[in-house]
Design a protein around this ligand. Structure first.
Ligand code: BG6
Length: 461
């Protein structure tokens, strides 16, 4: 890999501490970072390199059990801090000077990866200023890349605007819009599973599939993120991004090749056919009891923490097959699963036993306990013909042992390697907003129910 400097905007924040540092450490341990790899933190606080290194050390020790002193030392040795205000043009020049100086000192030209771990309201100014001071430009064969966290905009208009600013300064090949669900191992497996297995590939259409369900349930509430969550709710926090990407991978056509652009083309194409139902009976939204007492939440908040929706896909493969999605917080257990229900068999000869028939359901369990499960019928070992629903199960951990790379490790590794497969391209990012914006406009008109925290099957009160 090429020499790289990884610049973290908002290095003093929560995301850096919780996700980025352990990911960087684990990549260093697995020898997956470039040999010449530097980290530069850029933020407002009056810290310096020593403070930043101390903070990094504390955070890594907190999040990585049994972290090795030698690797930690190696990583910290190349950490720097540049103090700056995201809105101050002069501070970007300071950053540029620092980066030029680093290249001179080390004698190597470097790729620059800018990681935006900041409040999204800063995105426009950061894009502009990076562009204006020349940091967006690739020169002497070196690349400048931008890693952007969600939310990418807060509605269709703002997302289009953001893209315009971005595209003034960066090429799409430099832009890495993160959707960390794409980097989860079982999500990466969806295409392999669908297209490498004839028994499923041939059945993957409206003739054999009755419906698809995507569930993203969380056990946790909103924790300390009330300020953000009040503005987003589950519709924008989970459905607009993660769930639509899961839907696209589950339903897209076969890509030409494994190349990032081939796959992203097919996802974008599929999303063009996706519609959300606005029918009252297909839209359910609810809030967990106690949400209004959370920190930074209005006591009269109408923000939904749970939503259940129905999507349709108007292409030849899927016309008429509903895709039901549901997602929520404080649901008693964590479960992300895509379940595919096949048509009922036409087993007339089973006569009386027929009413016992249940459909075959294939479940791609994304987390936790990553697995692929298939329900199928067997005859019970009795004199009478009685049917029983059994389960075939493939379990990632018992099959492969060991843990797969964590999502943020994968994200950083792929961005360093210049592989955009697991990132969201501009057309899909915008299309996802178009799909949701129809609902966003009338969202306040749907009644808000309430549910007790702690139960997966939401019963509205
Ligand atoms: C984030 C959302 O994108 O995904 C959070 O903003 C949510 O609200 C999180 O908790 C869930 O991610 P994971 O990887 O824990 O399923």
């Amino acid at each position: 890999m090429r020499p790289t400097v990884f610049v973290i905007f908002g290095v003093t924040g929560d995301l850096t501490e919780r996700k980025l540092l352990s990911a960087l450490y684990n990549l260093a341990r697995a020898k997956k970072l470039p040999r010449d790899f530097y980290i530069a933190g850029f933020a407002r606080r009056a810290w310096d390199g020593d403070v930043l290194r101390r903070r990094f050390e504390e955070a890594i020790k907190k999040y990585v059990p049994k972290c090795e002193a030698k690797i930690l030392r190696m990583l910290l040795h190349k950490v720097f801090y540049v103090r700056g205000n995201f809105e101050e043009q002069g501070d970007y020049l300071k950053l540029k000077e620092f980066l030029d100086g680093l290249e001179k000192r080390t004698g190597s030209h470097m790729d620059k990866v800018f990681y935006l771990a900041v409040a999204p309201s800063y995105y426009p100014v950061i894009f502009e200023e990076l562009g204006k001071c020349g940091l967006a430009q690739c020169c002497r064969g070196n690349q400048s890349k931008l890693l952007i966290e969600k939310p990418f905009g807060k509605d269709l208009r703002s997302a289009v605007r953001l893209n315009k600013i971005l595209q003034r300064h960066f090429e799409e090949s430099q832009i890495y819009r993160i959707d960390h669900y794409l980097a989860k191992e079982p999500v990466q497996n969806i295409l392999a599973f669908r297209f490498a297995n004839g028994i499923f590939e041939h059945l993957w259409n409206k003739k054999y599939i009755k419906e698809i369900r995507i569930t993203v349930a969380e056990k946790i509430g909103i924790e300390s993120r009330g300020g953000y969550y009040e503005q987003s709710g589950v519709l924008l926090d989970m459905v607009q991004n993660h769930i639509l990407q899961l839907l696209a991978l589950t339903c897209m056509e076969e890509p030409l090749s494994l190349a990032a652009e081939s796959i992203r083309d097919k996802k974008a194409e599929l999303l063009k056919y996706v519609r959300v139902s606005l029918d009252k009976k297909d839209v359910k939204k609810a809030q967990y009891l106690g949400y209004r007492k959370e920190e930074k939440v209005s006591p009269k908040s109408a923000t939904e923490t749970y939503a259940a929706l129905k999507f349709s896909i108007g292409n030849r493969r899927w016309r008429g097959v509903p895709v039901f999605v549901q997602s929520g917080k404080a649901l008693g257990e964590k479960l992300t699963e895509i379940s595919v229900e096949f048509m009922m068999p036409r087993a007339q000869f089973l006569g009386d036993a027929r009413h016992e028939l249940s459909p075959n359901v294939l479940r791609l369990r994304i987390q936790p306990n990553e697995a692929i499960l298939l329900d199928f019928q067997v005859k019970t070992p009795k004199f009478e013909t009685e049917l029983h629903l059994a389960e075939m199960r493939f379990n990632y951990s018992s099959h492969f042992g060991g843990a797969a790379p964590e999502a943020y490790e994968r994200i950083i590794f792929d961005a360093l390697a210049g592989n955009q497969l697991l990132f969201v391209r501009a057309d899909s990012a915008i299309r996802q907003w178009q799909i949701i914006s129809r609902l966003q406009k009338s969202w306040h008109k749907y009644p808000l129910g309430f549910y007790k925290p702690g139960k997966l099957g939401v019963e509205l009160q």
